[in-house]
Ligand binder design. Structure first.
Ligand SMILES: [Zn+2]
Length: 339
């Protein structure tokens, strides 16, 4: 089993990986076919986030190569999505089998080996068979969809509700598409022209650009009420006060993101408006719902123009993503084909 590991900042090496379980009894062996590199991997690669000698690769799909008997849907040769979450198994909620509410959820590519590797040995519960109508590329965005579903659940969004989505990275665009699917009205705020254009072409009606006065536009769209739901993308470099400014008094604000990027900000405006701030970073319980939503065409990622490279190019790709991050302020997700 081989994987791409960050040895030191900007140094990625392919290494033989030590099998953590001496005997893989009860585990299923999956040949990883595709992995998605995200901002999280860039921050692991450039040293901003400490990754503890684990293989990078936030999300992955594969084909089952060795299985256990009598597992319906997990037969050898099945195309699967591999969950990027491992509950800690020791916290109070894990002890009570409420794994979705684990207070120390482990994330692939950060806390344990991600999917930039040839094989994964995993529990059957971490594997989700993919319907034929879900492509590999769409499957790599399952977690964006499941996180979007978690957010919609938490906000108690109803038909016709306006939702300010602050940050038009791919997660912000996918969340907006899912909001539209549930008949809510997202107002997506884009910091970068490139993402503004992609959002517009991806079916989001209200997209505000970098030169718009977001507060004024939201005021006008909502007839002066502002929005009682605001979602702030922690992966964006947008000051959070801009998100606070779009909220109505007592609104719910979700602080979320894919990367676990650190930020510091003042809560003054949030306190004045008595906002309810909720943090959501996992779609753990919604993976099956997300697969069904994708199979029902709830998202359209065709305009993302995701590029694809063989795994030997992973370091090169991460260097380029890192350069884009420092020059443009964002890095675009890239697919890696695993040999
Ligand atoms: Zn736990």
């Amino acid at each position: 089993m081989k994987g791409w590991i960050v040895k030191e900042p900007f140094k990625l090496e392919k290494e033989e990986m030590i099998r953590k379980n001496a005997s893989p009894e009860g585990l299923i062996k999956v040949k990883v076919t595709k992995s998605l590199l995200t901002l999280s991997d860039v921050l692991g690669f450039n040293g901003e986030n400490a990754v503890k000698g684990v293989a990078l690769g936030s999300f992955g799909t594969g084909i089952i190569s060795e299985t256990q008997p009598n597992l319906l849907g997990l037969e050898s040769g099945r195309h699967v999505y591999i969950s990027p979450y491992k509950p800690c198994a020791v916290c109070h909620n894990c002890q009570n089998d409420d794994f979705g509410k684990c207070s120390d959820m482990k994330i692939a590519g950060t806390d344990y080996d991600g999917f930039l590797r040839d094989f994964v040995d995993t529990e059957p519960g971490s594997l989700f068979p993919l319907p034929e109508s879900v492509s590999d590329l769409e499957a790599l965005f399952i977690d964006y969809v499941s996180l979007a579903v978690s957010i919609i659940d938490k906000l108690h969004i109803e038909k016709g509700d306006y939702v300010s989505v602050v940050g038009a990275n791919f997660f912000g665009i996918i969340l907006s598409q899912i909001l539209i699917y549930y008949q809510a009205v997202p107002i997506l705020c884009a910091q970068h022209k490139e993402n503004f254009d992609i959002a517009k072409k991806s079916g989001v009606y209200y997209v505000l650009g970098e030169n718009d006065n977001w507060q004024k536009e939201v005021l006008s769209i909502t007839g002066g009420r502002m929005t009682k739901h605001v979602v702030y993308m922690s992966d964006s470099d947008i000051p959070i006060v801009k998100a606070f400014s779009l909220a109505s008094y007592g609104a719910r604000l979700v602080y979320t993101g894919i990367s676990g990027k650190n930020s510091a900000f003042s809560f003054n405006q949030a306190i004045k408006k008595q906002l309810n701030i909720v943090c959501i970073n996992s779609g753990y319980d919604n993976t099956e719902t997300a697969i069904n939503l994708i199979a029902n065409d709830a998202i359209d990622i065709s305009r993302f123009n995701i590029k694809s490279f063989p795994d030997e190019k992973a370091a090169e790709v991460l260097n380029e993503m890192n350069q884009a991050l420092s020059e443009k302020g964002f890095a675009t997700e890239t697919m890696i084909e695993m040999k």
